[in-house]
Write a protein that binds this ligand. Structure first.
Ligand code: SF4
Length: 213
């Protein structure tokens, strides 16, 4: 049987154009939603941007737009869609922090079950977040990476979760966590895998959302 190369070629060109158009449309809808504070077609945006995550970043690069825009849309959209459910959770709440937020002189070691156990020495923001977490009844986990997040989710089956990470890791982690519990994400202000920073007040505000304290 003769292979219909011409037809196949046309089909793949059509497919590539369709993917590109869907990706650009999802990006435009995402930007519009946040500019107007009104989310339109959230499931379409989430579906397209998660499936075509790399092409969406490529589109941003082509138009000289920062690549994090894709992550920002996904994080904010997930936050908005899970907010009401998150607020209703009164127990089983956890907060996941990346180990790169630890101070350069942090002496804690990584426990294979719970990650790094903060001693609240005050040398980094984790200590401040841990103190607030005690007040708002959140269990803190300082984790070394995405696979550890999945381990924590499996071992403690949380009802609600706050996650902090760099943009790309947070986007991925929120997709995993959302299968188990409503999640609110806060991206790092300064990433780079070493001595990273987060807006601590923003994290505490997220804790306050589902607390009556
Ligand atoms: S506050 Fe906690 S995580 Fe930060 S340096 Fe001290 S012990 Fe380490």
């Amino acid at each position: 049987m003769e292979v219909p190369y011409e037809l196949l070629g046309k089909f793949f060109v059509f497919l590539a154009v369709a993917v590109l158009l869907a990706t650009v449309l999802a990006l435009l809808l995402g930007v519009y939603s946040f500019k107007r504070h009104k989310i339109i077609f959230p499931n379409f945006i989430l579906f397209v941007l998660y499936i075509f995550y790399s092409p969406a970043k490529w589109v941003c690069r082509v138009f000289y737009i920062k690549e994090e825009l894709v992550d920002e849309i996904l994080i904010e959209l997930n936050n908005a869609m899970m907010l009401e459910k998150f607020k209703r959770m009164r127990d089983g709440r956890i907060i996941l922090l990346p180990q790169c937020m630890r101070g350069p002189e942090c002496a804690t070691r990584c426990d294979p079950i719970i990650g790094y156990e903060c001693k609240r020495c005050g040398r980094c923001d984790i200590g401040r977040i841990a103190k607030a977490a005690e007040k708002y009844n959140f269990k803190v986990f300082v984790v070394p990476g995405g696979s550890f997040v999945r381990k924590i989710l499996k071992s403690c089956s949380p009802n609600a979760c706050i996650a902090v990470a760099c943009h790309s890791e947070l986007t991925e982690a929120m997709q995993d966590i959302a299968k188990t519990a409503p999640v609110q994400g806060v991206p790092l202000l300064r990433d780079g895998c070493y001595d990273t920073k987060v807006d601590v007040d923003e994290v505490i505000k997220k804790m306050e959302l589902c607390c009556d304290v």
